[in-house]
Write a protein of this length. Structure first.
Length: 501
């Protein structure tokens, strides 16, 4: 039996609805396989088993924004659920869980949040009492959800401020906090000078596709120049990811081996060996593998994914025993797992790598928002904070190796997608994206991340709007002039500089 939902807007039943980025949700908010369609006036979730499940999809809250929100898990039944009510139920439930996790129950300065939560809770109770008139129930639930979403963001900021003050008091921040990922194909001198003068470190991608476009051909000159410059200027380098098996990072000549794990392993091993040998003197941290858990192009088993991770990290350690190494998690919300039968949920991969004897120092984590790609749909601050919290129990530091958001709500013909990514299709954080909103989001997410004791450093994903990974994703425009996000980043860098003892 499928799980079905009625949908209401302003109290009126919706007869036409296009579910955007809709996925089935299992325990612990992990996406699971399931087919979601809007059929005959109902949102229908069809699965191959009879277990309880929820849905997560883009949901428009008007002036509050448009976010990827989820319901609680619900058992199949003949009568449709009220989607508006179930979205509100889930957010209120998660607020209760986080108040407990964050020890905010009975916290003196959190009383005003408790009062607002009770208001939302009472409103939700009213919605439950109106389920026999579902349009009215949906209107009340919509209001409860608006209050709950706003409250959860405020709670997240409040909790972040508490923890940041504790970290600052203990002088517990790392020396190099604020980095930026650069595009090694850009050789503009002003671009280089801006990076060197305004960031603590550089993330220098070493894409297999870029460095070895043909099986017997290495093109290293652009990367050589960057490594030489950064080494000369004493700017630490986080190099990589070395191996990322996504379309845009794997050389075209590799795809003939997509079903041959042994050959893939040998070729990846050989590539890592050559790159690490070449740049061994200039690199501070090696980002060895990225996104293997999504398993989108190669037919790897779970055991092979873990083995390849272990093998390549060990290869770096064999060459440089004291090297710091990262294993990077991409698409941390895991939507890809709802469609990839051989993929591994992000946190399961992280936990297994940490437990399987892989000798690495920290996790890398990529957080891209505001674009209609898997993992890129807009989440609110509470969701970002909750996602980061999942790493708290694994016992390894976290480097945010690429954080990014657009500065516009329209496509950008100059980005890597050549204008195919439209931020307006990926939701909005309170309002449509613009340069000031990009800066506000940067500040909020950086403070959120830096409040987590296990987050060591943060790198913005694009220095400039010269071929950025997302529309207007740079902190400099295409003429290398600072945007509001650049100025905000420099203010944060000034605030969080480690005290000299």
């Amino acid at each position: 039996m499928p799980i079905t939902f009625e949908i209401y807007k302003d109290g009126e039943r919706v007869t036409s609805f296009t579910p955007i980025s809709a996925v089935a949700m299992g325990p612990e908010s992990v996406p699971i396989p399931g087919d979601i369609k809007f059929v005959d006036g109902l949102l229908v979730l069809t699965r191959t088993d009879e277990h309880a499940a929820g849905v997560s999809l883009m949901w428009d809250l008007g002036p509050m924004g448009e976010y990827h929100l989820e319901t609680t898990r619900l058992p199949p039944r003949e009568k449709p659920y009220n989607l508006n009510v179930e979205l509100a139920r889930c957010r209120l439930m998660k607020i209760v869980q986080k108040q407990e996790d964050w020890n905010l129950f009975d916290f003196p300065r959190a009383e005003k949040y408790t009062t607002r939560f009770r208001e939302a809770q009472a409103m939700f109770a009213d919605a439950l009492g109106l389920l026999d008139t579902p349009g009215e129930a949906a209107k009340v639930a919509d209001h409860a959800l608006e209050i709950a979403l706003d409250l959860s963001e405020e709670l997240s900021k409040f909790h972040a401020d508490l923890l940041i003050n504790r970290r600052r008091s203990a002088n517990a921040f790392a020396k190099h906090i604020f980095g930026c990922r650069v595009d090694s194909t850009v050789q503009n001198q002003k671009y280089k000078d801006t990076l060197v003068e305004n960031f603590d470190y550089a993330v220098l991608p070493m894409s297999w596709k870029q460095l070895q476009p043909e099986e017997d051909t290495f093109i290293t000159e652009p990367t050589d120049e960057w490594v030489e410059l950064l080494t000369k200027k004493r700017v630490p380098i986080v190099a990589g990811p070395l191996i990322n098996l996504n379309d845009d990072a794997v050389p075209d000549w590799m795809f003939i081996w997509e079903h041959d794990y042994d050959t893939l392993r040998e070729l990846a091993y050989e590539y890592v060996q050559k790159v690490v040998q070449r740049y061994r003197k200039g690199v501070s941290v090696w980002n060895v593998v990225s996104g293997l858990h999504t398993n989108s192009n190669f037919t790897l088993s779970f055991e092979q994914i873990i083995e390849l991770t272990r093998l390549l990290v060990s290869q770096v350690k064999a060459i440089l025993p004291n090297a710091r190494t990262l294993v990077t998690v991409t698409q941390p919300y895991g939507e890809y797992h709802a469609k990839g039968a051989t993929s591994v949920p992000p946190m399961l991969y992280a936990e297994m790598v940490a437990q399987a004897g892989v000798n690495f120092e920290a996790f890398g984590l990529e957080l891209e928002t505001g674009v209609p790609t898997p993992g890129g749909y807009t989440r609110d601050l509470f969701q970002v904070s909750s996602m980061l919290d999942r790493f708290s129990t694994i016992g390894r530091p976290v480097f945010l190796t690429s954080v990014s958001a657009p500065d516009r709500a329209t496509p950008d013909p100059a980005d890597k997608s050549e204008g195919h990514l439209d931020p307006s299709q990926a939701g909005r954080w309170h309002r449509p994206w613009d340069p000031q909103l990009q800066a506000d989001w940067l500040e909020a997410v950086y403070r959120m991340a830096l409040s987590k004791p296990y987050v060591e450093s943060i790198a913005w994903g694009n220095l400039s709007d010269d071929n950025p990974t997302i529309p207007g994703g740079g902190v400099l425009d295409d003429l290398l002039k600072p945007k509001p996000a650049f100025k905000k980043l420099q203010e944060l860098r000034e605030q969080f500089q480690r005290k000299k003892t």
